[in-house]
Design a protein around this ligand. Sequence first.
Ligand code: 2BX
Length: 431
Amino acid sequence: RRDNDLHIGGIFPMEGEGGWQGGQACMPAAELALADVNARSDLLSGFKLLLHSNDSKCEPGLGASVMYNLLYNPPQKLLLLAGCSTVCTTVAEAAKMWNLMVLCYGASSPALSDRARFPTLFRTHPSATVHNPTRIKLMQKFGWSRIAILQQAEEVFISTVEDLEAHCKKASIEIVTRQSFLSDPADAVRNLRRQDARVIVGLFYVVAARRVLCEVYKHRLYGKSHVWFFIGWYEDNWFETNLEREGIDCTVEQMREAAEGHLTTEALMWNQNANQTTISGMTSEDFRSRLNEALREAGYDIDGERYPEGYQEAPLAYDAVWAVALAFNKTMEKLEKSGLSLKNFTYTNKKIADDIYEAINSTSFLGVSGLVAFSSQGDRIALTQIEQLTDNHYVKLGYYDTQADNLTWLDRERWVGGKVPPDRTVVVNEL
Ligand SMILES: CC1(C)CO[C@@H](CC(=O)O)CN1
């Protein structure tokens, strides 16, 4: 091994049944970034960044064993990249014992925003709680102060709802009912009707979302008197696919009718200003072309729209490597003043670990995923996008910058009844 190599570990969810196999697109994206930062003569003063990757299958146990292999086999690693909330939780909880920073490009769990448990964690993937200020902003915009919540009983949604409840309290928005279900939403949806819920925030994975939508159709909790907030990162035609395979007893037409008009929120992962040059010299569209080329070479039929999992999150992995390179660069400059370099780092060297922490913590640059910067909890600061399903197509309604409390609104919303649905039964006094 050349002694001017800087080594980092990469843990990518490639295969596996459960969870998110986003490493399929995120590992190629990370490798593109590695080539780009190593091609820059003005970064890392002559050192080369090397990435040692392994597959976690999005399983925390396998992730832990992959991490131990990376740490107990030379060369010494300086930092770990990881994906999947479950793997990041395990890796980040342990990595502090080796004074290693962990940069998660694919972890949305709100539980990870905890410096007590994860003192060395940073994420380029925003927490699921990033949706909540946007949901509140929309409720205030449309005058809804009485809402309901329907959620699947999964850790990520439970902690997201707790955060949403706190935001609702602060905004004096009443939650008339909070219904949760494990896998069958029928009773929960029926209870929504009993409580006369009109504005409902739905938090569940996409398979559960199809079950919910069919129940919504059956209980007529849709149309001109109801508004649904769904998660925006499902596939675009999620409400009309896999109905047979998943035993959904609603037709495509019924699902479309129930879905018409719903709103979605999601974190922006591709820089919206498509022709804005980012730190790599590329625009986000340039990045898309290069990623597509790399994925074609890896055997994916991109032109046939056969995208690998993690395609949406690929900019987060690309920017994670840039964040590491910039932070290492800053740390090298600081260490050189005392005649040291990152080659002096060891797993017991907390001093250099603190320097790397400080460098990442103060990192901020324009990446292909937009402005990359971290909160004091290591969370990605991100914009959100709002869409509405109209005639079976998602229409962009606007963007929200939580930090600046700035809502960019495009005035494209359409309501089934021609006006904004009220959040409660409106009694009209007959004169
Ligand atoms: C937006 C999504 C699909 C949320 O889950 C992330 C994976 C995880 O949190 O485990 C990947 N990105």
